[in-house]
Design a binder for this molecule. Structure first.
Ligand SMILES: [Zn+2]
Length: 477
């Protein structure tokens, strides 16, 4: 029998075992010939005995209940937040230190945040001579993070090594140049060999204008060439402050041990001076753009439509998550309110269809759609049909379709047998996007309370997407 099942049965067994004796004691005390006890003593005795029994019954199952959620330490630490996810089945402890700034907040050359990440990682390596590197760090639009896997007895050392990312950059000028070359080769790998890159940059600029959202984390060849160590130092000082960083410790850890370790950490004040890293958010200005372009290296004709729309004001983050999941599930279903039935299966308009609605910032949603036409279908004809189907899906959703999509999403939550891991993923996502952590069970509550009316209001809102960028791609060979 699994331990959790045993724990669940414990109260039942315990109640059975103790119910009989307590009933006997009660009977003995109430029998007249034993009435040497006064009535009040008898009541007190039974009350105390009952309290002890209650603790015996439910205490162990309360304290031994399976841990399904990471929790946040309330003690004062060098970090802005410390989270612990106790997973005794994990082989190692994994540490993640996240700074809440990524490329969107970088006011300097494109991609400099990524270069700073490379340089800061040198601090960790010089602390320990550890060679595990780049795969253990990331720079995204919204965060910079460093990861490490350690054994339990190396926990303190691991945390200190990660803290070194906030110390002044320690790297020789030659190594700094060499690290820039590594960033160039990453650019070559990720960008210059991707035939769609120019088109993507162009679409992003149309969608997000001059905001930080249009910035590319990998940069351009020119921007990387102009990186300087001094520029990196300035950005590092402002973006790598422990007082703003969030630490997640997961694996076979004990909270008391973590608290002891954190209390003994050396004091490390934030670096000064600091520059303003406020992110410029996009403004929603109507735009419409359609371009037919030829892309050398594209394998097939394709229609790509991207649009952005604001997050509806009245919707809280958990309901928004439910609405996003329901919309994605619905659009890719063969329901009447979906895209694939009429476009892909009933009539052969498109061979493949993609639809992804996601949150690209605190107040911004993006819809990414793409479709590959069937052999005899023209791109313009596909585009017209695509728009018609999309409008129909948004305005003619039926309650029956909605209810079945909703119950499928609920089933997905209920069949999750790794709730702790799922919650940990949710936490990591929140840390790296600057969002607020919420548990799977609170998401389930939002999902449960999502009504058909809330769903259709949301679809109407999506239909008003003010900024759109459309491309029809023709391959050249
Ligand atoms: Zn890199």
């Amino acid at each position: 029998m699994k331990l959790t099942n045993a724990i669940a049965l414990y109260p039942v067994v315990a109640l059975g075992v103790v119910y009989t004796p307590i009933k006997c004691i009660d009977w003995i005390l109430t029998v007249p010939r034993h009435s040497a006890f006064s009535e009040s003593v008898r009541v007190l005795f039974v009350a105390v005995l009952s309290a002890i029994i209650l603790v015996l019954c439910f205490g162990p199952s309360y304290f031994l209940r399976p841990k399904v959620e990471p929790y946040q330490l309330k003690n004062k630490t060098p970090f802005s937040q410390v989270w612990i996810s106790e997973d005794e089945n994990a082989a190692h402890i994994s540490l993640v230190l996240v700074y809440p700034y990524g490329e969107r907040a970088n006011p300097y050359e494109l991609g400099l945040a990524h270069y700073v990440e490379h340089l800061a990682w040198h601090n960790v390596r010089s602390e320990s001579g550890n060679q595990g590197r780049h795969s253990n760090a990331w720079t995204s639009a919204t965060s910079t993070g460093y990861l490490m896997s350690v054994d339990v007895d190396a926990l303190s050392n691991g945390i200190e090594r990660l803290m070194a990312t906030a110390q002044p950059l320690q790297i020789s000028p030659e190594d700094a140049v060499q690290e820039r070359d590594i960033v160039v080769s990453e650019y070559d790998f990720r960008v210059s060999e991707n035939p769609f890159q120019d088109m993507r940059d162009e679409m992003v600029n149309e969608l997000y204008g001059a905001s930080g959202y249009a910035r590319s984390e990998i940069g351009t060849r020119e921007s990387i060439a102009s990186f300087t160590f001094e520029g990196a130092q300035q950005l590092h000082r402002s973006s790598h402050k422990l007082s703003q960083a969030k630490l997640l410790i997961s694996g076979p850890v004990d909270r008391n041990l973590v608290q002891d370790i954190l209390e003994q950490l050396p004091q490390q004040p934030d670096l000064e001076p600091s520059i303003d890293l406020t992110v410029a958010h996009p403004t929603m200005v109507p735009s419409a753009d359609i371009k037919s372009i030829t892309i050398v290296g594209a394998a097939e004709r394709q229609l790509i439509v991207r649009s952005v729309v604001s997050v509806p004001e009245s919707v809280n983050p958990l309901m928004l998550e439910a609405l996003i999941n329901a919309t994605n599930q619905m659009m890719l279903s063969t329901k009447h309110s979906g895209l694939t039935k009429s476009l892909r299966f009933d009539e052969f308009w498109a061979r493949t269809i993609r639809f992804t609605l996601f949150q690209s910032g605190p107040s911004v949603l993006e819809i990414f759609t793409s479709a590959v036409p069937d052999s005899k279908v023209g791109l313009s004809a596909l585009k017209a049909e695509f728009e018609k189907t999309m409008a129909n899906a948004r305005t003619n959703a039926t309650q029956t379709d909605f209810e079945s999509i909703k119950s499928r999403l609920l089933n997905k939550v209920d069949s999750d047998i790794h709730v702790l891991q799922t919650n940990e993923k949710r936490l990591r996502f929140a840390l790296s996007t600057g969002g607020t952590y919420s548990s799977l069970s609170s998401y389930r509550k939002a999902l449960k309370s999502m009504t058909f009316g809330i769903y259709t209001d949301f679809q109407t809102h999506l239909d008003t997407a003010p900024r759109t960028s459309t491309r029809m791609i023709l391959p050249s060979n």
